[in-house]
Design a protein around this ligand. Structure first.
Ligand code: NAD
Ligand code: ZN
Length: 362
């Protein structure tokens, strides 16, 4: 099973499997044997899957190195990247070497950034192990780190040679992390595909039971949807912006809470804010807003935020790298399955959506 992503700079496949064994065939197919390889992973993922991937790779590679860092968004920083560069140099990795990003979005974003910049770029493979990374962050070529108070402020567009999804890694993923990934899945349905949204809406129990057929279907469909957008607009010159649905508010909240909530949880709250704005602009009905909230809740995602002041959320949004001339760009919905980009919402309206996020759930 595979899906092809075709951005203008290069085209690459996403392979699906239930284990790591088939990765060697893919590496062979892409002419990537006979070189030094380095797995990049965090301590948690290493404890579950580090040796599994290592053992498979050792069947075909003589030199397999492993760089392990402390898990968590707070380590998605240049310091960790510097440690990676030092490790690469110490082990004589060169332009011919190959990097494996084994883990969630934090690992993929950092390993990809290190691969993009070390010696002006060495090839890398995404092996995503969180639902979020499988449905979202491993596809599309955005790599990078946080800097000071800013999410993903330093980075590059750099495509992996391929993505290898081992679906069975989800068995060890904590439920909160599963929900966090589902937030991006719900996003894909909301902005691009109403049937898919309905399917996800009615699959809660099966998803939490880790039903393999359902998860495979979800991951494939989300990858397809994201791949089609990225293929049309690799560098986010226009269309790709719709993938930021829920992220304008979401990133601000994520930063202000200092990563107390997971990425998908913040995106969930942000999507409610954006859906509320869509309602206020007469684009969607109150019933649709409530339907969206209900689906998010059914997946144990937060839909309100009480911890923060409205003004600080607004000010943080203004700091986002996508803000130009103090105009905050929003992605709204014109219906379930259709997104519209707007750049001219006034301050008062935006603040009303923040107030809504601080109100009680009705
Ligand atoms: P993460 O990489 O921190 O993983 C979450 C936690 O789950 C970590 O503690 C990790 O150790 C653990 N974990 C990972 N796989 C596991 C498994 N199979 N079993 C048990 N535990 C496991 O975070 P994430 O949620 O995967 O990704 C969030 C990051 O992705 C954010 O930094 C966000 O900015 C980024 N992101 C990037 C893009 C992109 O396009 N590049 C898109 C969306 C999100
Ligand atoms: Zn996201």
């Amino acid at each position: 099973n595979k899906i092809l992503v075709t951005p203008s700079s290069s085209s690459y496949p996403i392979y699906f499997s239930q284990n790591f064994d088939h990765i060697l065939e893919a590496l062979h197919h892409h002419n990537l044997l006979h070189r030094k390889v380095c797995i990049i992973t965090d301590h948690t993922v290493d404890s579950y899957y580090g040796n599994q991937l290592m053992d498979v790779l050792k069947r075909s590679y003589d030199d397999v190195f492993k760089f392990i860092f402390e898990a968590g968004e707070e380590n998605k920083h240049l310091n960790t990247i510097q440690d990676m560069y030092k490790f690469f140099i110490e082990n004589h990795l060169d332009r011919n070497s190959l990097i494996f990003a084994l883990g969630g979005g934090v690992t993929g974003d950092m390993a990809g950034f290190a691969a993009a910049t070390y010696m002006r770029g060495i090839p890398f493979i995404q092996v995503p192990t969180t639902l979020l990374a499988q449905v979202d962050s491993s596809v599309g070529g955005k790599v990078g780190v946080d800097f000071l108070q800013h999410k993903n402020m330093i980075g590059a567009f750099y495509q992996p040679t391929f993505v290898y999804v081992n679906l069975s890694t989800l068995k060890t993923l904590p439920q909160k992390q599963l929900s966090s990934g589902i937030a991006e899945v719900i996003k894909h349905g909301l902005i691009l595909d109403d049937n898919y949204f309905s399917f996800v809406e009615s699959s809660t129990d099966l998803v939490f039971d880790l039903d393999e057929a359902i998860l495979e279907k979800i991951i494939q469909r989300s990858c397809e949807l994201k791949a089609s957008i990225v293929s049309q607009d690799e560098k986010e010159l226009g269309l790709r912006e719709i993938l930021n649905f829920g992220h304008t508010l979401g990133h601000a909240i994520e930063t202000l809470l200092n990563f107390e909530l997971l990425h998908g949880e913040c995106v969930s709250i942000g999507m409610v804010g954006a859906a509320y704005l869509s309602y206020k602009k007469n684009l969607i009905s109150w019933e649709i807003l409530k339907r969206i909230e209900k689906v998010l809740q059914s997946y144990h995602l937060p839909i309100r935020i009480n911890q923060l002041e409205s003004e600080e959320i607004y000010q943080q949004m203004l700091l986002d790298k996508k803000v130009k001339n103090n105009k905050i760009k929003f992605v709204l919905l014109s219906s379930i399955g259709n997104a519209v980009r707007v750049g001219d919402l006034n301050e008062e309206l935006i603040k009303s959506s923040i107030s809504y996020l601080k109100s009680d759930v009705q």
